[in-house]
Write a protein that binds this ligand. Structure first.
Ligand code: AMP
Length: 254
C-alpha cells in the first residue's frame, strides 16, 4: 500500500499576516513559512498507517518554490519515505498556481506513482480554497472522503468518519481514493532530532512545473486584499439595564 501526501508550504499559522502596501496580496518577505497544518495531519495519519503495518511507502509531493524542499524534509522527518518537489517560480496562491493547476499536476504524478491512497489537507490556510482534493478526485474519477476525523483501512476500502454540520457521517470508499483531513483526525508528532538528520538523506526528486505541460494561466483575478477592520475595544457595563440600553440605542441590534 503506497500513500501519497501532497504538502503545501504556507505562511506559518503563528505569524500575523501583513497585507502588501499595494493591496495585491499578503507580504511573504522574510516571514516564517511552514507545512500547512492540515497537511501535517495528513502526514501523521500516513505515518501511523505505516507504523500499523497497513502502508509500506509514503511519498510526499509539494508544488512550490525551491524552499518547499524544507516542507518536504519536515514531512520526511515525521516519517515519510521519499519526496517530489515540483518547482515553480510563480506564487502558489490565488492569482498564481491555483487549486485546479495543483490538482492537474497531482493527477499526472499519481499517474506515474500509482498510489493506493492519497491523504491531503482539507484546505490550505493561506488561500482557504478547500478545492484541491475535490478537484483531484473528479479529475481521477476516484471516490473522495473529505473532512476526515477518523480513518480505518480495510481490504481494498477505507471507512472514513467525516465532520459535517449535523455531526459525524461515516462513509466507506473503495481504494484508490482521496481522503482530506480535518483538525481532529490526529495530533501530529514533533520530529525528533535524529529523524530530522535522517530526513536529510532521504530521496527527493526535483521536477520543474514546465515538465507537466499544464496551462497555469490564472482563472481567478484578485481584486483587492485588505486587513479585517480593526476591532474596537470593549467596555464593561454595570447593570443589565445599561446593557439593554446599549444594545438598543448604540448597537441597534434589538
Ligand atoms: P486548497 O484547495 O488550496 O485549500 O488545498 C487543499 C490541500 O491540497 C492542501 O491541504 C494540500 O494537501 C493540497 N495542496 C494545495 N496546494 C498545494 C501545493 N502547492 N503543493 C502540494 N499540495 C498542495
Amino acid at each position: 500500500m503506497k500513500i501519497l501526501v501532497p504538502v503545501k508550504r504556507v505562511l506559518d499559522y503563528n505569524v500575523k499576516a501583513r497585507v502588501k502596501a499595494d493591496g495585491t496580496g499578503v507580504d511573504l518577505a522574510n516571514v516564517k513559512m511552514s507545512i500547512n497544518p492540515f497537511d501535517e495531519i495528513a502526514v501523521e495519519e500516513a505515518v501511523k498507517l505505516k507504523e500499523a503495518g497497513k502502508a509500506t511507502e509514503i511519498v510526499v509531493v509539494s508544488i512550490g518554490p525551491a524552499q518547499a524542499q524544507d516542507t518536504i524534509r519536515a514531512a520526511m522527518a515525521m516519517g515519510a519515505d521519499r519526496g517530489i518537489l515540483v518547482e515553480t517560480t510563480e506564487a502558489i496562491d490565488l492569482g498564481g498556481i491555483e487549486p485546479l493547476h495543483v490538482a492537474k499536476i497531482l493527477q499526472k504524478i499519481i499517474g506515474e506513482e500509482a498510489p493506493n491512497l492519497v491523504i491531503m489537507g482539507k484546505q490550505s490556510i493561506d488561500d482557504d480554497s478547500n478545492q484541491t482534493g475535490q478537484m483531484l478526485a473528479a479529475l481521477l474519477g476516484w471516490p473522495q472522503a473529505t473532512f476526515a476525523s477518523k480513518v480505518v483501512l480495510g481490504d481494498g476500502s477505507a471507512e472514513v468518519t467525516r465532520e459535517i454540520d449535523g455531526g459525524l457521517e461515516t462513509l466507506k470508499v473503495s481504494l484508490p481514493a482521496i481522503i482530506t483531513t480535518d483538525l481532529r483526525l490526529n495530533t501530529p508528532r514533533y520530529a525528533a532530532l535524529p529523524n530530522i538528520m535522517k530526513a536529510k538523506s532521504k530521496p527527493l526528486a526535483n521536477k520543474k512545473i514546465e515538465e507537466f505541460g499544464i496551462d497555469t494561466t490564472p482563472r481567478l483575478k484578485i481584486v483587492s486584499v485588505a486587513e479585517p477592520e480593526k476591532r474596537k475595544g470593549g467596555i464593561k457595563v454595570e447593570t443589565v439595564d445599561a446593557l439593554v440600553d446599549k444594545l438598543k440605542n448604540e448597537a441597534k441590534v434589538i
